[in-house]
Write a protein of this length. Structure first.
Length: 299
Protein backbone atom coordinates (compact mmCIF):
# COMPACT_ATOMS: atom_id res chain seq x y z
CA UNK A 1 0.00 0.00 0.00
CA UNK A 2 1.34 3.45 -0.99
CA UNK A 3 1.72 6.27 1.52
CA UNK A 4 -1.23 8.12 -0.07
CA UNK A 5 -3.46 5.03 0.08
CA UNK A 6 -2.47 4.51 3.72
CA UNK A 7 -3.28 8.14 4.57
CA UNK A 8 -6.67 7.86 2.83
CA UNK A 9 -7.52 4.70 4.76
CA UNK A 10 -6.45 6.35 8.02
CA UNK A 11 -8.69 9.35 7.35
CA UNK A 12 -11.58 7.06 6.42
CA UNK A 13 -11.26 5.02 9.62
CA UNK A 14 -11.09 8.18 11.73
CA UNK A 15 -14.23 9.56 10.10
CA UNK A 16 -16.27 6.38 10.41
CA UNK A 17 -15.14 5.79 13.98
CA UNK A 18 -15.63 9.28 15.40
CA UNK A 19 -18.95 9.88 13.60
CA UNK A 20 -20.21 6.33 14.24
CA UNK A 21 -21.06 5.95 10.55
CA UNK A 22 -21.16 3.44 7.72
CA UNK A 23 -20.04 4.23 4.17
CA UNK A 24 -22.66 4.19 1.37
CA UNK A 25 -20.45 5.58 -1.42
CA UNK A 26 -16.71 6.25 -1.65
CA UNK A 27 -14.16 7.07 -4.33
CA UNK A 28 -12.39 3.70 -4.38
CA UNK A 29 -11.08 2.82 -7.86
CA UNK A 30 -11.91 6.26 -9.23
CA UNK A 31 -8.30 7.46 -9.56
CA UNK A 32 -8.75 10.61 -7.45
CA UNK A 33 -5.33 11.71 -6.20
CA UNK A 34 -4.99 12.86 -2.59
CA UNK A 35 -8.75 13.22 -2.04
CA UNK A 36 -10.95 10.92 0.04
CA UNK A 37 -14.73 11.09 -0.52
CA UNK A 38 -17.37 9.29 1.51
CA UNK A 39 -21.15 9.49 1.60
CA UNK A 40 -22.19 7.95 4.91
CA UNK A 41 -25.12 7.34 7.21
CA UNK A 42 -25.15 7.01 10.99
CA UNK A 43 -25.69 3.62 12.59
CA UNK A 44 -27.00 2.48 15.95
CA UNK A 45 -24.18 2.66 18.43
CA UNK A 46 -23.31 -0.36 20.55
CA UNK A 47 -20.95 1.87 22.54
CA UNK A 48 -20.20 5.56 22.89
CA UNK A 49 -18.22 7.08 19.97
CA UNK A 50 -14.49 7.39 20.54
CA UNK A 51 -12.44 10.56 20.68
CA UNK A 52 -10.24 10.69 17.56
CA UNK A 53 -7.20 12.73 16.52
CA UNK A 54 -7.74 13.49 12.83
CA UNK A 55 -4.66 12.61 10.74
CA UNK A 56 -5.45 15.01 7.87
CA UNK A 57 -7.69 17.97 7.07
CA UNK A 58 -11.33 16.98 6.58
CA UNK A 59 -14.79 18.45 6.03
CA UNK A 60 -18.08 16.84 6.96
CA UNK A 61 -21.25 18.16 5.26
CA UNK A 62 -24.65 17.30 6.74
CA UNK A 63 -27.00 16.48 3.84
CA UNK A 64 -30.03 14.56 5.18
CA UNK A 65 -31.42 14.94 8.69
CA UNK A 66 -34.63 15.49 10.67
CA UNK A 67 -35.70 19.02 11.59
CA UNK A 68 -34.81 18.59 15.27
CA UNK A 69 -31.25 17.33 14.68
CA UNK A 70 -28.89 18.09 17.56
CA UNK A 71 -25.20 17.23 17.86
CA UNK A 72 -23.07 17.38 20.98
CA UNK A 73 -19.40 17.69 20.03
CA UNK A 74 -16.09 18.05 21.84
CA UNK A 75 -13.41 19.77 19.74
CA UNK A 76 -9.93 19.95 21.27
CA UNK A 77 -11.48 19.55 24.71
CA UNK A 78 -14.20 22.19 24.26
CA UNK A 79 -17.76 20.83 24.54
CA UNK A 80 -20.62 22.40 22.59
CA UNK A 81 -24.18 21.49 21.64
CA UNK A 82 -25.60 22.62 18.29
CA UNK A 83 -28.84 22.36 16.32
CA UNK A 84 -28.07 21.63 12.68
CA UNK A 85 -29.89 21.90 9.34
CA UNK A 86 -29.11 20.49 5.91
CA UNK A 87 -26.05 22.23 4.48
CA UNK A 88 -24.21 22.78 7.77
CA UNK A 89 -20.54 21.79 7.67
CA UNK A 90 -17.86 20.80 10.13
CA UNK A 91 -14.28 21.78 9.24
CA UNK A 92 -11.77 19.52 11.01
CA UNK A 93 -8.11 20.54 10.57
CA UNK A 94 -5.30 18.02 10.82
CA UNK A 95 -4.48 17.21 14.44
CA UNK A 96 -7.93 18.15 15.77
CA UNK A 97 -9.12 16.01 18.69
CA UNK A 98 -12.79 15.32 17.97
CA UNK A 99 -15.74 13.50 19.52
CA UNK A 100 -19.47 13.74 18.84
CA UNK A 101 -22.78 12.29 19.94
CA UNK A 102 -25.97 12.98 17.99
CA UNK A 103 -29.63 12.42 18.78
CA UNK A 104 -30.89 11.11 15.42
CA UNK A 105 -29.73 9.26 12.34
CA UNK A 106 -28.48 11.32 9.42
CA UNK A 107 -26.52 11.18 6.17
CA UNK A 108 -23.56 13.26 5.16
CA UNK A 109 -20.60 13.80 2.85
CA UNK A 110 -17.07 13.72 4.22
CA UNK A 111 -14.00 14.89 2.31
CA UNK A 112 -10.45 14.20 3.45
CA UNK A 113 -7.34 15.82 1.92
CA UNK A 114 -3.87 14.40 2.42
CA UNK A 115 -0.96 16.75 3.10
CA UNK A 116 0.59 16.12 -0.33
CA UNK A 117 -2.54 17.36 -2.06
CA UNK A 118 -2.53 20.54 0.03
CA UNK A 119 1.12 21.18 -0.78
CA UNK A 120 0.60 20.66 -4.51
CA UNK A 121 -2.47 22.89 -4.47
CA UNK A 122 -1.31 25.80 -2.35
CA UNK A 123 2.50 25.89 -2.36
CA UNK A 124 2.73 28.89 -4.72
CA UNK A 125 -0.01 30.97 -3.11
CA UNK A 126 0.14 30.23 0.62
CA UNK A 127 2.96 29.81 3.13
CA UNK A 128 1.71 26.59 4.71
CA UNK A 129 4.44 26.86 7.35
CA UNK A 130 2.81 30.00 8.74
CA UNK A 131 -0.85 29.39 8.02
CA UNK A 132 -3.28 26.76 9.24
CA UNK A 133 -6.97 26.01 9.33
CA UNK A 134 -8.84 26.15 12.62
CA UNK A 135 -11.94 24.10 13.52
CA UNK A 136 -15.35 25.45 12.49
CA UNK A 137 -18.54 23.92 13.88
CA UNK A 138 -21.15 24.41 12.76
CA UNK A 139 -20.72 26.66 9.72
CA UNK A 140 -23.14 27.21 6.84
CA UNK A 141 -21.16 27.79 3.66
CA UNK A 142 -23.20 27.33 0.46
CA UNK A 143 -20.04 26.85 -1.62
CA UNK A 144 -18.80 23.95 0.50
CA UNK A 145 -22.26 22.37 0.36
CA UNK A 146 -22.60 22.70 -3.42
CA UNK A 147 -19.12 21.34 -4.13
CA UNK A 148 -19.83 18.35 -1.90
CA UNK A 149 -23.06 17.61 -3.77
CA UNK A 150 -21.35 18.11 -7.14
CA UNK A 151 -18.59 15.62 -6.26
CA UNK A 152 -21.19 13.10 -5.13
CA UNK A 153 -23.12 13.44 -8.40
CA UNK A 154 -19.95 13.16 -10.49
CA UNK A 155 -18.86 10.03 -8.64
CA UNK A 156 -22.27 8.43 -9.10
CA UNK A 157 -22.53 9.26 -12.80
CA UNK A 158 -18.97 9.18 -14.13
CA UNK A 159 -16.86 7.23 -11.63
CA UNK A 160 -14.15 6.18 -14.08
CA UNK A 161 -13.79 9.53 -15.86
CA UNK A 162 -14.25 11.85 -12.89
CA UNK A 163 -10.64 12.41 -11.86
CA UNK A 164 -9.99 15.78 -13.54
CA UNK A 165 -13.38 17.14 -12.44
CA UNK A 166 -12.84 15.99 -8.83
CA UNK A 167 -9.29 17.34 -8.53
CA UNK A 168 -10.34 20.68 -10.05
CA UNK A 169 -13.30 21.01 -7.66
CA UNK A 170 -11.15 19.98 -4.67
CA UNK A 171 -8.47 22.51 -5.65
CA UNK A 172 -11.04 25.30 -5.65
CA UNK A 173 -12.49 24.06 -2.35
CA UNK A 174 -9.10 23.89 -0.60
CA UNK A 175 -8.21 27.41 -1.81
CA UNK A 176 -11.59 28.64 -0.52
CA UNK A 177 -11.04 27.00 2.87
CA UNK A 178 -7.60 28.52 3.40
CA UNK A 179 -8.78 31.91 2.20
CA UNK A 180 -11.78 32.06 4.56
CA UNK A 181 -11.05 29.74 7.50
CA UNK A 182 -7.29 29.97 8.09
CA UNK A 183 -5.60 31.83 10.92
CA UNK A 184 -3.58 34.09 8.65
CA UNK A 185 -4.16 35.71 5.28
CA UNK A 186 -2.96 34.44 1.92
CA UNK A 187 0.03 36.00 0.27
CA UNK A 188 -0.77 38.53 -2.37
CA UNK A 189 -0.86 36.87 -5.77
CA UNK A 190 1.43 38.00 -8.58
CA UNK A 191 -0.57 38.55 -11.74
CA UNK A 192 0.72 37.16 -15.03
CA UNK A 193 -0.45 36.82 -18.61
CA UNK A 194 -1.04 33.09 -18.37
CA UNK A 195 1.17 30.10 -18.95
CA UNK A 196 4.42 30.49 -20.91
CA UNK A 197 3.74 29.47 -24.51
CA UNK A 198 6.04 26.44 -24.43
CA UNK A 199 4.42 25.10 -21.24
CA UNK A 200 0.93 25.67 -22.60
CA UNK A 201 1.83 23.77 -25.78
CA UNK A 202 3.31 20.92 -23.73
CA UNK A 203 0.09 20.57 -21.76
CA UNK A 204 -2.16 20.80 -24.84
CA UNK A 205 -0.05 18.21 -26.69
CA UNK A 206 -0.26 15.90 -23.68
CA UNK A 207 -4.05 16.27 -23.51
CA UNK A 208 -4.48 15.49 -27.22
CA UNK A 209 -2.21 12.46 -26.93
CA UNK A 210 -4.09 11.07 -23.92
CA UNK A 211 -7.77 11.81 -24.58
CA UNK A 212 -8.62 8.13 -24.08
CA UNK A 213 -7.10 8.19 -20.57
CA UNK A 214 -8.48 9.42 -17.25
CA UNK A 215 -6.50 12.68 -17.28
CA UNK A 216 -5.95 14.24 -13.85
CA UNK A 217 -5.28 17.83 -12.81
CA UNK A 218 -2.27 16.66 -10.82
CA UNK A 219 -0.38 15.31 -13.85
CA UNK A 220 -1.14 18.43 -15.91
CA UNK A 221 0.14 20.69 -13.13
CA UNK A 222 3.21 18.47 -12.69
CA UNK A 223 3.90 18.73 -16.43
CA UNK A 224 3.86 22.53 -16.12
CA UNK A 225 5.85 22.28 -12.84
CA UNK A 226 3.29 24.32 -10.88
CA UNK A 227 0.92 23.94 -7.97
CA UNK A 228 -2.63 22.86 -8.80
CA UNK A 229 -4.29 26.22 -8.07
CA UNK A 230 -1.57 28.25 -9.83
CA UNK A 231 -1.72 26.02 -12.91
CA UNK A 232 -5.53 26.10 -13.05
CA UNK A 233 -5.59 29.89 -12.87
CA UNK A 234 -2.90 30.44 -15.53
CA UNK A 235 -4.35 27.78 -17.83
CA UNK A 236 -7.72 29.54 -17.82
CA UNK A 237 -6.02 32.89 -18.46
CA UNK A 238 -4.28 31.34 -21.47
CA UNK A 239 -7.18 29.38 -23.00
CA UNK A 240 -10.40 30.84 -21.61
CA UNK A 241 -11.29 27.39 -20.29
CA UNK A 242 -10.69 25.54 -17.03
CA UNK A 243 -8.58 22.37 -17.53
CA UNK A 244 -11.71 20.23 -17.16
CA UNK A 245 -13.68 22.29 -19.71
CA UNK A 246 -10.76 22.23 -22.13
CA UNK A 247 -10.41 18.44 -22.01
CA UNK A 248 -14.15 18.03 -22.66
CA UNK A 249 -13.90 20.43 -25.63
CA UNK A 250 -10.92 18.51 -27.05
CA UNK A 251 -12.80 15.22 -26.72
CA UNK A 252 -15.84 16.63 -28.51
CA UNK A 253 -13.69 18.15 -31.28
CA UNK A 254 -11.82 14.87 -31.76
CA UNK A 255 -15.09 12.91 -31.83
CA UNK A 256 -16.46 15.26 -34.50
CA UNK A 257 -13.39 14.71 -36.70
CA UNK A 258 -13.68 10.93 -36.33
CA UNK A 259 -17.39 11.03 -37.16
CA UNK A 260 -16.68 12.96 -40.35
CA UNK A 261 -13.52 11.21 -41.49
CA UNK A 262 -13.65 7.61 -40.21
CA UNK A 263 -15.93 4.59 -40.37
CA UNK A 264 -15.72 3.93 -36.63
CA UNK A 265 -19.06 3.46 -34.88
CA UNK A 266 -20.30 6.13 -32.49
CA UNK A 267 -19.79 3.67 -29.61
CA UNK A 268 -16.16 3.04 -30.62
CA UNK A 269 -15.51 6.77 -30.97
CA UNK A 270 -17.02 7.36 -27.52
CA UNK A 271 -14.31 5.27 -25.83
CA UNK A 272 -11.54 6.32 -28.19
CA UNK A 273 -11.89 9.97 -27.12
CA UNK A 274 -12.26 9.15 -23.41
CA UNK A 275 -15.98 9.48 -22.62
CA UNK A 276 -17.39 7.00 -20.13
CA UNK A 277 -20.42 6.14 -22.26
CA UNK A 278 -22.32 7.20 -25.37
CA UNK A 279 -24.83 9.25 -23.39
CA UNK A 280 -21.97 11.27 -21.89
CA UNK A 281 -20.63 11.96 -25.40
CA UNK A 282 -24.06 12.95 -26.74
CA UNK A 283 -24.77 15.35 -23.86
CA UNK A 284 -21.49 17.26 -24.26
CA UNK A 285 -21.67 17.11 -28.07
CA UNK A 286 -25.11 18.70 -28.12
CA UNK A 287 -24.17 21.27 -25.46
CA UNK A 288 -21.06 22.46 -27.33
CA UNK A 289 -22.03 21.96 -30.98
CA UNK A 290 -25.82 22.12 -30.88
CA UNK A 291 -26.29 18.78 -32.66
CA UNK A 292 -26.01 15.10 -31.76
CA UNK A 293 -23.22 12.78 -32.96
CA UNK A 294 -25.79 10.94 -35.09
CA UNK A 295 -26.62 14.11 -37.05
CA UNK A 296 -22.94 14.77 -37.75
CA UNK A 297 -22.39 11.17 -38.85
CA UNK A 298 -25.33 11.36 -41.28
CA UNK A 299 -23.84 14.48 -42.87
Amino acid sequence: MSKTDHESCTVEKAILKSFNRQSLLCNDNSGWSGIRFQFTHSISASALPEEIVFPENAIHIYTDMPSDYVVEARINGRLQKSSLVTGHSLIIPRGTVYWQSDTHKSKGITLGFDSGFLTRTLSESIDLGCLELHPQFPTFDPLIYQIGLALKAELEQNRHSSRLYAESAATFLITHLFHHYALRKQKEQITTNGLPKYKLQQVIDYIHANLDCNIGLTELADLAQMSLSHFSRLFKQSTGYSPHQFVIKCRVDCARELLLKSDLSIADITYKVGFANQGHLTNHFKRLLGVTPKVVREK
